[in-house]
Design a protein around this ligand. Structure first.
Ligand SMILES: [Cu+2]
Length: 161
């Protein structure tokens, strides 16, 4: 009789501690409250006609802001894309080189996306493509096109405040 009671108490204690563990686990994943009053923003840019350039070379957003980039290929024949690097020109150069190897089937993007914050797919002439992402930590980031030969001509800087 006494043994049964102890077993019951033991299993009850174990059950409670399991429940506590489960609750503790879920509470840590509660998203942090958004700071500041920056709502979602849409940035529109395009290629500069037939030039290997964007029609805007400076963009700015706020850290944590939801950003949608709408990119229009204004060329009559060329493909372009819009890629945001997790860093500056050194990182962009590496992505462009790896993208060239990957080929058009992969949107001229490296297999490992670790250094890419956001990217559109390839846009054909006259096409608009878009991508939505959360603005990273404050700093400056290079955006560019990875179609072979377009970087480092076709690039700009996103400033995150
Ligand atoms: Cu391009």
């Amino acid at each position: 009789m006494k043994t049964h009671l102890r077993l019951f108490l033991l299993s009850a204690v174990l059950g409670v501690s399991l429940l506590l563990t489960a609750c503790g686990g879920s509470s840590t994943s509660t998203p942090a409250a958004s700071s500041g009053g920056t709502g979602p923003v849409t940035l529109e840019l395009g290629s500069a006609g037939e030039n290997l350039a964007f029609d805007k070379t400076e963009l700015s957003v706020s850290s944590g802001q939801q950003v949608t980039v709408k990119f229009t290929d204004n060329s009559a024949a060329q493909q372009h894309n819009w890629v945001l690097a997790r860093g500056g020109d050194d990182v962009a150069q590496k992505i462009a080189t790896e993208g060239l190897v990957a080929g058009a089937d992969k949107n001229y993007l490296p297999t490992d996306p670790a250094n890419i914050i956001a990217n559109t797919t390839l846009a054909n002439a006259g096409q608009t493509v878009e991508v939505t992402f959360t603005a990273p930590a404050p700093g400056t980031y290079t955006f560019f096109c990875t179609v072979p030969g377009h970087y480092p001509l076709m690039k700009g800087v996103l400033t995150v405040n």
